[in-house]
Design a protein around this ligand. Structure first.
Ligand SMILES: [Zn+2]
Length: 260
C-alpha cells in the first residue's frame, strides 16, 4: 500500500484502495478483505454562473477519496449522472430518469456484493438522487443482499451554517469547490439570489418545481461569501462525519444490520 497526492484531485488519495486503478489480481484480494465499500455519486447540472457543472459528483468523489484513505476503505469510481431534470432549463445539465438511476445503481451494488463487500456507503452529492437511492437500498436490505446507506455532506453539517449559505450553488458548495478545485470556479461571476417568492403559496401541496421557478441565475441563496478557508472547514467537518459512519458500519456485524 502506498499513499500519494494527485494534483488533479487535490486531496490525499490512497491509490491502492481505488477499484478502478487495480488489476483484477489486486482486486480479488481487496474484495475478499473488504467489509465496507464507498460508492460516490452526484450529478452533472447547473450550479450557477460561477461553479462547474460537475460540482456534485466532484465533491462527492473527493469526500469519498479522502474518507477511503483515512479509514482504509475500498472506493469505487464515481457515478457522475443523476436525477436532475428540474435543472434542465440550464445548458449543460445532463440527467437520467429515476428508474434508470435505480436500475443502474442496483446492478452496480449487486455486482459488488457478489464479490465481497456487502456494507456500502453511497456518498451522494446531489439531493435529487436520494429517493431513488433509498429505494434501491431498501430492496437490497429486504433481499438480504447488502446493507446500503446514503450519506449527504450538507445534511451531516447543516446545523452549523445558516440556511441561505446551504442552498444550491450557494456559499457552502462554492467554498468546497474553491477548496477542492479552485481552477474550476469563477468568483467574478458569483451572485446572491434570494429564492423568488411564488405568487401562490398553499399549505400541504407538493408541486413538481423546476429550478427556474425560484432562481434565474441558478444560485439559491448567497454565494459571494464563499472562500477557500470555509471550504476547508466544511470539508473537514463533513469528512469527520463520513469517517465515523464508516467505522460504525465496520464495527457492527452484517447480520445485525440486515436482521433476519
Ligand atoms: Zn450541488
Amino acid at each position: 500500500m502506498y499513499c500519494t497526492t494527485s494534483s488533479l484531485l487535490g486531496v490525499f488519495v490512497n491509490k491502492a484502495l481505488l477499484l478502478h486503478e487495480m488489476s483484477w489480481v489486486k482486486a480479488e484480494e481487496q474484495l475478499r478483505r473488504a467489509d465496507v465499500a464507498l460508492l460516490p455519486i452526484g450529478s452533472v447540472e447547473q450550479h450557477g454562473p460561477h461553479n462547474p457543472l460537475g460540482t456534485d459528483y466532484l465533491i462527492a468523489y473527493k469526500l469519498a477519496l479522502q474518507a477511503s484513505a483515512r479509514t482504509s476503505t475500498l472506493c469505487l469510481p464515481p457515478i457522475p449522472f443523476g436525477v436532475s431534470a428540474h435543472h434542465r432549463h440550464f445548458p449543460g445539465t445532463i440527467y437520467v430518469k429515476p428508474e434508470s438511476l435505480r436500475a443502474y445503481v442496483r446492478d452496480v451494488l449487486c455486482s459488488l456484493a457478489d464479490q465481497g463487500p456487502r456494507k456500502v456507503v453511497i456518498v451522494n452529492g446531489h439531493g435529487g438522487n436520494l429517493h431513488s437511492l433509498l429505494e434501491v437500498a431498501r430492496e437490497l436490505r429486504g433481499e438480504r443482499k447488502a446493507f446500503v446507506v446514503v450519506y449527504q455532506w450538507w445534511d451531516a453539517i447543516k446545523e452549523l451554517y445558516p440556511k441561505e449559505e446551504r442552498g444550491h450553488a450557494a456559499s457552502l458548495e462554492t467554498s468546497l469547490n474553491l477548496y477542492l478545485h479552485k481552477d474550476l470556479v469563477d468568483m467574478s461571476r458569483a451572485v446572491d439570489e434570494p429564492l423568488k417568492k411564488l405568487s401562490y403559496e398553499l399549505k400541504g401541496v407538493y408541486v413538481p418545481w423546476d429550478t427556474r421557478d425560484f432562481t434565474s441565475s441558478g444560485v439559491m441563496g448567497i454565494s459571494t461569501t464563499a472562500s477557500e478557508a470555509k471550504g476547508k472547514e466544511v470539508f473537514e467537518k463533513a469528512l469527520k462525519e463520513l469517517c465515523s459512519l464508516i467505522e460504525e458500519l465496520r464495527r457492527i456485524p452484517l447480520d445485525r444490520l440486515l436482521k433476519a
